[in-house]
Each structure stands twice: as structure tokens, then as C-alpha cells.
Design a protein around this ligand. Sequence first.
Ligand code: ASP
Ligand code: MG
Length: 406
Amino acid sequence: MSLVVQKFGGTSVADPDRMKAVADHVARTRRQGQDVVVVVSAMGKTTDDLIRLAHDVCDDPPGREMDMLLTAGERISMALLCMAIEEHGVPAASFTGSQAGIVTDTSHGRAKILEVRGDRLREAVAQGKVAVVAGFQGVSIERDVTTLGRGGSDTTAVALAAVLKAEACEIYTDVAGVYTADPRVVPSARRLPSVSYEEMQEMAATGGRVLALRSVEFARNHGVVLHVRSSFTWEPGTWVNEEGTLEQAIISGVTHDTSEAKVTVAQVPDRPGIAARLFGALADDDINVDMIVQNTSTGGTTDISFTVPRADLAAAMRVSEALGPEIGANSVTADAEIGRVSVIGAGMKTNPGVAARVFRVLSDEDVNIEMISTSSIRISCVVRAKDVERAVQALHAAFELDRAPA
Ligand code: ASP
Ligand code: MG
């Protein structure tokens, strides 16, 4: 019998009514003769609430205890969902990440999956049960409970789909799929029928909020076909697979991200080893550096700017300021008012001139570009945070993304 993995995010199971709607859908899928493994997130804003609670009792909660706390959210969901599924006369059994055999490394708060055993899930399914697994969690090789990073239930779902050789991994969420831009910013944004792993990876990495980046990487590496769809309308959504869209568009989407900040280390001597020292120190402190720009030198010195998640800004400043005198920097400044706009499309590989067009559109909008980075299928520009939405709207219109390509 074919097996499907169905993952339900926090909004999909936010309250008892939602939980019942999801149970109804799962039971119906099971009755249609499919084997089903379900992965659930914590209800609604539970994870945020638990994090707040931790900080109410402790300034710097230890990772081990934080993970123990946060995994409770998914435990609540899985048990309640099983009960609701049983109401339909369909047998179901819940499993923690540990019980499901999800083995991770020891890095609390952002553990990486090392192995998925899945024996107990296979047993449950063989007994005709729906297996409901708590997302976002595993057990480390040192037998401590771990979490996989925010949004990690997507990764749980994809990992299980890979190891259980599921036909597809359905990711149910509160939007109808992957859009050409965030519909809250661009009301005419279109749902894409399908996107390639490559494009989805770039979208997830640059602010597309539908899928966790790591889950897309995992899906790509293991050839797991994803179907992102709504648990509110239950309509077909967006397929994520190797081929992607059959549409011949140059650009598939415009994403934006205002969660980063910029640090500038000014007038450091232009000689070998400076960047290595700076970024080595940042890496030692586990600070995730995203974009880096170094200017051409004038008078033997150069400016280095880089972006980090805003949450890491204080730490990045601490490291950079401490290192400043040592590497001969004139000043270190922070700028939290930045945003990034990215255009993504596999068609860029074969169509020259996309970058020029992007820069022209931004210039016509009087949006100043502060940093640029590219991949073979993406162009990203850092601009003022206040200009981000206008930039997204202008690019979406200029590339006519509201219209399906012929
Ligand atoms: N509950 C976790 C979070 O909010 C994991 C998830 O939802 O995927 O990040
Ligand atoms: Mg979530």
C-alpha cells in the first residue's frame, strides 16, 4: 500500500476545532486506503509562549532544558490529534521524536538529524494504525532530547518521508502554496503550481516563509516530492520536485526579508588575513553571517560589511568591536534598518540581463541598493527596510509575475 506523510503546522492545529478538522482529513485519507504517517507542530503560538516562559525564569536558559521544555508543545499536539482521529474509529498512536527513532547530534536548539530508524512507525502502520509523530524533535547520541531549530517540523516530515519511502510529503499550512511573492505585500501574487527544489531552496533561504530551508535541502538530497497546501481549504497547492515549473518564466518569484541587520567594519588595512580573522572570530561564536561585501581599497584601507540575523546583531557587534583595534579598524557600526529583496528563477541561467533589469526597476523606484549578492538563479539586494515592500511590488509588476507565462 502506498504511504503518505502529512505534516500539519501550528496554525493547522491551533485549537480543538482545527484539530478536529485535521483529524477528519487524516481519517478520510486512511479510509481511502492510504497508509498515513502524520507529523504535527505545537498548537498555534505554543513554542513562542514556552520560549517567553523560559526567559521569565532565566536570563540564559540552558540548551538542554530549553529543548526539554519546547518539545512539550509537539507532545500536546500529537496526543490530542490521536484522540481526535480515534473519534473517527480510525486507530492511531502517537510517538515522540525519540520513539520514532530520530537520532540527532548534540547541538541543542539546532540539532542535525544523523539517523532515522522509524521501526516503531513501520510497526504501527503495519498494524493498520495512523502513526502521529511529534515534529521538531529527536534524541541525541548522548540520549538527551533535542530540537531541530524553529520550523523544524518540516524537516521531521521530510526525513520520515525519505526513510519510509513515502509517495509524497504533504506539508499542510495556512496558505494555499508557494506564491510569486508574499500575498500580504503583493495582493496579485499567484500561487505557483510547482517549483524546483533549487528555486524553493533559494526562496526558503531569502525569506519565503512557507518551508524551513533545511527541509528543502533534505528533500532535494533524498528526492522527496513535497506538496505544500492549505489545511483550511484542502485544495491542491504547490508541488516541489526536481523539474519544477513547466512554465517558461525567467523569474519564478520575489522574496523579501527584514529580519537581518548589517555590520560595517570601516577602514581596515587591505592585506591578507584580515577577513579570515574577523569571520573566523564570528564563526567561533556561532554567528551566522549571510552576505559579505568588501569595497575596493582606497589609500590602503577597505570597508567590510556583512549581514547577520537581527537576533545575532548584539553578539556580532561584541565580537567585531573586540577585534576592531587588533585588526586596525577605524570604526564598527551597526545598522538594523535594512531589508533584502531577492528575485529567483531558474530561467536566469539562460537569460542574460536579468540583473540589469532588476537594478533598473529599483532605480526607477528611487530605491538605493546597498549590497548585492547573486547565485546562478538569484539576485539579492540589500536596501533600506522602509523601501522593501515598494521594491517587491515594483519587481513583481515589472516581471509580470501576476500573469501565468504563455
Ligand atoms: N513548533 C516549532 C516552531 O514553532 C516547530 C515547527 O512549528 O515546525 O518552530
Ligand atoms: Mg511552526
